[in-house]
Write a protein that binds this ligand. Structure first.
Ligand code: ADP
Ligand code: MG
Length: 693
């Protein structure tokens, strides 16, 4: 249960004074649905309204605040001319200018002969001093509320700065002081203020230095968020590890058979990872291990060897993929190997007929299935194992922590290996997978050549088409990825369709189109015809499946490469270079390239190492955008920014460990405060693991 002290912050923002449905929608869009969400919308600038010159001395172009007496209203003579209000002080006249103003409203806020405080940007020309649409018009007694440094928030369509500022101000007023959850020594060492004071301070910046993420107050708030993240992950990890695993020791019999069957030997890197996995297997602690490696780096075979070990030891195993296509691909790859070893392997997907499904469910329940491959369908309640000992989850970032838990709950202390083809910089992986041990496959497999990567201006499209023509005439296969158009996938599709028509008019019947809106059956059919060589060019939107594996496709054309992020380009390029043939990747761009786009393309030309590329991506784009965080299931931070706060992340990680060593159930005073922190950042899922939950 959420602590009462936080109730106000989790109240819908429509409860704020003067906030109706329209503004609620805008606020929700900007920050979230609750009052507390507004606290994390931070100013990106401030306006100094403390400058109070006499009218006669006001400098052109500056923000000034005047104390004036209203003298006269001059309504608009015509629709297009402005409404003017003349005011004065001892030194001269000030004209306040409004376009499209409502007369009665202006007469109400600027009554003749009354004193008013006016603040806004001054225009002086021909000796006339004007303020057009002043930012503030208030009564003299409210002077103090204006003569300040006023925070400026990032603008959102439809939400004026004034309204947003007022909402945030009101949210701050409702924010309680929360008990300190940080270590007092750290607070002292960093010279941090309390949470509430830091929060208030970031919302009333006084210097430009305070606007940057590394400023003291912002750093404190970022640290709070990172600590909540790391503490939650550490709690989940602790909980997982506490459930005793079993020691899994294979006989080596099955692996021996596979060693003979495979046409290649495992690389030293693969053997090293297998050793890490075997070490985890041997101990009674549960394995929670992340295996990172680019597409085609040889993860699947490593996973399969581990699966064999578990089967040798008498356990059932599961392999879960994020999509039907990938599940089938795994099944097809592994089936011949399974045959050779005489193990029983089954596949379960969401789209099976009930007869087939029931059969597999019963095989699984009875224990006769030794390896069950599948999609999300494996989570379903009626999928029951007799003796699940080891589960592999492929392409983890599409699943969340919860799904991972759901699968591991299908056995008692199931060992888990999570594979991801998305290289994640260490900093990011700590926030997402802080609860996992990490193994990395980083070497190029033997015999693989580097992909030749070239950037080509799309003015040379004709030449590219001619090159493709030569290539497919000599039996090659090409992917042609169409531009990413940010606004909608409808437009992405339109661009792909157009390119498809164009290429198909040149290469009749040798081109196919694949996109994310197709049914899986249709996608399968098209992938099969590309794999089988019935078509030679596959035009695709940017959504072509992660992990799609056609080893003899050797050409990748990416149109409007400048619109793609680095990680995405890297993933797309990873579709080629998977066989022994030389592969090529052409990055078509439209000139002129922005500096950032040029940098991205250069990184890609210079490196094929997913980790280097991911680090560069982090630098070029900032953590929030790397990997398309939203789709990825990686945490999205409200205030922490890993481009700036990675040192704080390390600190938070260590502190989280210390905290749980001392007070695993968070029952001390500080523990109670930390629980509030977890709820504040909506890590409720971790709190359930506390005895005092
Ligand atoms: P990933 O799962 O990381 O995408 P895979 O395990 O599917 O990669 O490996 C890609 C291809 O490389 C597969 O065809 C696989 O059989 C092959 N492969 C794996 N390990 C080796 C190796 N040590 N030497 C040669 N080829 C390998
Ligand atoms: Mg794979």
């Amino acid at each position: 249960m959420r602590p009462e002290i936080l109730f106000k912050l989790f109240t819908p923002s429509k409860e704020l004074p003067g906030v109706g449905p329209r503004i609620t929608a805008l606020l929700t869009n900007l920050a979230g649905a609750h009052i507390g969400d507004l606290l994390w919308v931070l100013p990106n600038n401030f306006i100094d309204r403390r400058f109070c010159p006499l009218i006669g001395e006001a400098p052109n172009g500056k923000i000034c605040t005047f104390i004036v007496t209203v003298i006269e209203h001059i309504p608009s003579p015509t629709r297009k001319r402005p409404y003017r209000v003349i005011c004065s002080d001892d030194s001269g006249l000030l004209e306040i200018v409004y376009f499209n103003a409502r007369k009665d409203y202006l007469q109400e806020i600027l009554p003749i002969n009354d004193k008013r405080i006016i603040s806004g940007k001054v225009d002086v020309f021909n000796g006339r001093v004007q303020v057009m649409h002043p930012d503030h018009v208030v009564k003299e007694e409210d002077k103090a509320s204006i003569l300040t440094l006023e925070p400026v928030y990032p603008l959102t369509q439809g939400l004026t700065g004034k309204v947003l500022r007022r909402c945030i101000h009101d949210a701050l007023k409702l924010t309680p002081n929360l008990p300190e959850w940080l270590d007092p020594n750290l607070v002292k060492q960093k010279q941090w203020m309390s949470w509430i004071d830091s929060l208030r301070a970031v919302h009333s910046p006084k210097t430009h230095g305070e606007l940057i993420p590394t400023s003291n107050n912002r750093a404190r708030l970022a640290y709070d968020e990172l600590l909540a993240n790391q503490l939650a992950l550490a709690m989940i990890r602790r909980h997982q590890k506490k459930r005793k695993g079993r020691s899994i020791i294979g006989s080596g019999a099955l692996k021996k058979i596979i060693n003979k069957k495979l046409s290649f030997a495992l690389t030293p890197n693969q053997l090293e990872v297998l050793e890490e996995i075997n070490n985890d297997f041997r101990t009674k602690n549960r394995m929670l291990r992340l295996l990172q490696g680019d597409v085609g780096s040889g993860k699947t075979i490593v996973a399969f060897y581990s699966i064999l070990t578990a089967i040798e030891a008498g356990f059932q195993t599961a392999l879960m993929a994020p999509t039907e296509i990938l599940a089938k691909q795994h099944f097809q790859t592994l089936q011949p190997l399974a045959k050779a070893t005489n193990i029983k392997i089954d596949i379960l997907t969401g789209k099976m007929g009930s007869k087939e499904r029931n059969q597999i469910i019963s095989n699984t329940k009875s224990g006769s299935t030794q390896l069950l491959i599948g999609t999300h369908a494996l989570f379903q309640d009626d999928v029951v194992f007799k003796n699940l000992g080891f589960a592999v989850v492929d392409e983890q970032h599409k699943f969340g922590v919860h799904q991972r838990l759901a699968l591991s709950n299908k056995g008692d202390g199931v060992d888990m290996l999570i594979m991801t083809a998305t290289p994640i910089p260490r900093t990011l992986s700590m926030t997402a997978y802080g609860d996992l041990d990490v193994s990395i496959l980083r070497e190029r497999l033997p015999g693989r050549k580097a992909v030749i990567t070239r950037a080509v201006s799309n003015e040379r499209l004709q030449e590219v088409v001619e090159g493709i023509s030569r290539a497919i005439n000599s039996g090659k296969k090409a992917y042609w990825v169409c531009p990413l158009i940010e606004i909608s996938d409808k437009l992405d599709l339109a661009a792909a369709e157009e390119r498809f028509q164009h290429l198909n008019s040149i290469f009749t019947d040798r081109v196919a189109l694949i996109h994310g809106r197709m049914k899986d059956i249709e996608k399968d059919r098209i992938m099969d015809s590309f794999r089988a060589g019935k078509v030679d060019i596959l035009v695709a939107t940017s959504v072509i499946e992660v992990g799609v594996d056609v080893p003899d496709a050797t050409i990748m054309v990416i149109e409007h490469a400048e619109r793609f992020g680095l990680a995405q380009l890297h993933q797309l390029r990873g579709r080629v270079g998977r066989g022994l043939e030389q592969s090529t990747c052409l990055l078509l761009y439209s000139a002129p390239l922005s500096e950032n786009a040029r940098a991205r393309i250069n990184v890609l030309r210079e490196s094929e190492d997913g980790f280097i590329i991911a680090e560069e991506d982090l630098k070029l784009r900032g953590a929030g955008e790397v990997l398309g965080i939203k789709q990825s299931g990686l945490p999205h931070f409200k205030i922490a920014d890993l481009t700036f706060h990675s040192d704080l992340l390390e600190l938070a990680r260590n502190e989280a460990k210390l905290i749980l060593n001392k007070d695993p159930d968070l029952i001390s005073n500080r523990g109670e405060a930390l629980k509030i922190l977890l709820y504040l950042f909506e890590r409720d899922n971790a709190v359930q693991y506390l005895k005092s939950g």
